[in-house]
Design a protein around this ligand. Structure first.
Ligand code: SAM
Length: 248
């Protein structure tokens, strides 16, 4: 069927592609890919022989025009990124908007997303969460952004590069406090998958003590600010208990 298919692909384990995604990738007239060589590996693995076009958010308009041309002729186009769900810290936003504005169908093919995978095993509240994506690279601007997020009550999800994970955790400790709970999810679905929930201070010590933890792909999930009774300091808790005893 004609339209732009936004197709999620694996974030490490090739087995995580859906049957429907494989069908669509084989059937469309054109695949628009963030990196043609990267996507070629996936297609080759599944013996899919199809036309692949390079598409970056800021690539010249020609790639987008070719996609729109294909849709105008009643064709079907699949958009894929290197890993996971397109548009989630990945290219595609402008393409999706343009296709919709021109009246074409845009069809989601849901699948892997590192943020959701990490959240699902975080052990932190999932009823409300905020996806922040990549924080600024420089410590000063990163800390400024973290200060803006420090009071948020929902669970926070960050993508971070391995060579910045230590500095990022140090800034998180400085702004959120060493006791705030968080999850480090590294190399999800891959051989060296690590999922570790601990207070931020412990996570910082963990990555400092093991350089392997500063490699690969990483999602950080950080608990929101919560006023739980257990977070009342022990002194105040005792005082409250004594006051409660005096109540009628
Ligand atoms: N579109 C992708 C998605 O749906 O998750 C995200 C693309 S973004 C450019 C890449 C970042 O996602 C990495 O730097 C890392 O933070 C996270 N990521 C991707 N794959 C991952 C994996 N297997 N394990 C942990 N984090 C991953």
């Amino acid at each position: 069927e004609s339209g732009l298919y936004v197709v999620a692909t694996p974030i490490g384990n090739l087995g995580d592609i859906s049957a429907r995604a494989l069908e669509v990738l084989a059937a469309v007239d054109l695949i628009a890919a963030e990196d043609t060589r990267h996507s070629a590996q996936l297609l080759q693995h599944y013996a899919i022989d199809n036309t692949v076009l390079a598409y970056h958010e800021h690539s010249d308009q020609r790639a987008a025009q070719r996609v729109m041309q294909c849709l105008a002729e009643g064709g079907a186009v699949a958009l894929v990124s290197d890993a996971g769900t397109p548009l989630i810290s990945d290219p595609g936003y402008r393409l999706v908007r343009e296709a919709q504005d021109l009246g074409y169908r845009v069809i989601p093919l849901p699948g892997p997303c590192a943020a959701v995978a990490a959240l699902s095993v975080s052990g932190l509240p999932t009823d409300r969460f905020m996806f922040e994506g990549f924080l600024p690279n420089k410590s000063g601007t990163r800390s400024n952004r973290l200060r803006e997020l420090q009071q948020r009550e929902e669970t926070l999800i960050f993508y971070e590069a391995p060579h910045r994970i230590e500095d990022c955790l140090a800034d998180l400790v400085a702004v959120f406090g060493a006791d705030r709970e968080a999850l480090l999810a590294r190399e999800i679905t891959k051989t060296f998958e690590t999922v570790r929930r601990a207070p931020l201070g412990e996570l910082l010590a963990f990555v400092q003590g093991d350089s392997n933890q500063q490699r690969g792909e990483i999602v950080l999930v950080v608990a929101g600010l919560r006023q739980r009774s257990s977070e009342v300091d022990p002194e105040t808790a005792r005082l409250l208990q004594r006051l409660a005893q005096d109540l009628p």
